[in-house]
Design a protein around this ligand. Structure first.
Ligand code: HEM
Length: 390
């Protein structure tokens, strides 16, 4: 079949998948900006099939792996967990899984609440309008992941700028390689100092394990967690806030019954599916999917945003409805690589929405909704700034 579309298409409406998706057959050939092609899979069930079939690899360095930007040169970048296949992936994930159990993370909820309260206090004491991204969306998840990992938050400017360089689509491979090197050197030094002087944190606990990971693996894991731990959640906090402010009926329903907050969070995750291409794969054997033969070595884009708007699974998919019970969305992926930090992200989002909308009843956008600067130039969807007032 000839390729018809160039990926990734631009999101012109934050609540609706790009119109291009609607024209695609369920499994179709698409162009990538680097001149190669890949398969785009858009149905919810097909995406889940790909993400649970070991004939699809997560190895970003495998020839044919679909990419929108070049890989940085130098050492394998972000090879930790997200880029591993069996047999390496399972043991590497189990080694850190204990840090992310619901029980373990629920114990962090009071601290998350404290952090959110402090930032809302500071925001209310400051000038209006303000940028919610810098006042709340970014510092909250950043502080939480720093405390979990044992990374000094004082260095946040350093790692946030590197992290956003890595996630932008229009940066060169050289710029990304430099950002990645600087981040890895920083974390490598931090890990060495923790080896000498352990603290009460994830990195120190990994170092103390009987079968502790080698230094390079731990640098890879810490880099992944630091990047994944704050950019994603920060974008969801901002987008979720915009969505609630833009849908007053939904906000009223949420305020009327705080038990709806967890459902509202799932609906926000579904509607925006901010990391829709994080779940890309490459076939390592010939596979038939939806009547199409995907050959070994061909790339597959599991289009999470389209799957999360699949009308067979989510009726009236473009309607924001916090009561729909959207838990079977795949915004955190599906299968073996399903997001390790999902329950941490859920707690942060729940605490932020509960606190923000209760404590700032007059919260509103300080610009017209269509002037919100959405991140069309990043691999994780979000907003650059979010001017709000109250
Ligand atoms: C709203 C916030 C978040 C979203 C939407 C999100 C999304 C995702 C997605 C789609 C994947 C699957 C990648 C794949 O299949 O290849 C993933 C994996 C992962 N995420 Fe998240 N994530 C979020 C927050 C977090 C947080 C807070 C952390 C860390 C504390 C985290 C750590 C990870 C890790 C380590 C993986 C790789 C797991 C593996 O390969 O076994 N994420 N995330």
């Amino acid at each position: 079949m000839t390729a018809t579309q160039t990926f990734p298409p631009v999101r012109t409406c934050p609540y609706t998948p790009p119109a291009e998706y609607a024209d695609l057959p369920p499994v179709s050939r698409v162009h990538l900006p680097n001149g190669t092609t890949a398969w785009a899979v858009t149905r919810h069930q097909d995406v889940r099939t790909v993400l649970t079939d070991p004939r699809f690899s997560s190895d970003r360095y495998h020839p044919g792996f679909p990419r929108f930007t070049e890989l940085p040169k130098g050492p394998r970048f972000n090879a930790s967990l997200i880029g591993l296949d069996p047999p390496e992936h399972g043991p590497a994930r189990r080694a850190v899984l204990g840090e992310f159990t619901v029980k373990r993370l629920e114990a962090l909820r009071p601290r998350v609440q404290e952090i959110v309260d402090q930032h809302v206090d500071a925001m209310l004491a400051g000038p209006r309008p303000t940028d919610l991204v810098t006042a709340l969306s970014l510092p909250v998840p950043s502080l939480v992941i720093c405390e979990l990992l044992g990374v000094p938050y004082a260095d946040h400017d350093f790692f946030q700028t590197r992290s956003s360089t890595l996630l932008r689509l229009d940066n060169s491979a050289e710029e990304k390689a430099a950002a990645s090197d600087e981040l890895r050197t920083y974390l490598s030094d931090l890990i060495s100092s923790k080896a000498a002087e352990p603290g009460d944190d994830l990195i120190s606990r990994q170092l103390a394990r009987d079968s502790a990971p080698d230094h390079e693996s731990l640098v890879g894991l810490a880099t992944l967690l630091l990047i994944a731990g704050h950019e994603t959640t920060a974008n969801m906090i901002s987008l979720g806030t915009v969505a609630m402010l833009a849908h007053p009926d939904q906000l009223a329903a949420l305020r009327a019954d705080p038990r709806r907050t967890p459902h509202a969070v799932e609906e926000m995750l579904r509607v925006f599916t901010i990391a829709e291409f994080a779940t890309s794969r490459v076939a390592v054997a010939d596979v038939e999917l939806g009547g199409v033969l995907i050959r070994a070595g061909e790339g597959v884009l599991t289009v999470g945003l389209a799957a999360n708007h699949d009308p067979d699974v989510f009726p009236e998919p473009d309607r924001v409805d916090i009561t729909r019970g959207a838990r079977n969305h795949i915004a955190f992926g599906y299968g073996a690589h399903q997001c390790l930090g999902q329950n941490l992200a859920r707690i942060e989002l729940q605490v932020v929405f509960d606190t923000l909308f209760a404590r700032v009843p007059t919260l509103r956008l300080a610009v017209a909704e269509d002037e919100v600067p959405y991140k069309e130039d990043a691999s994780i969807f979000g907003v650059h700034r979010l001017p709000v007032t109250w």
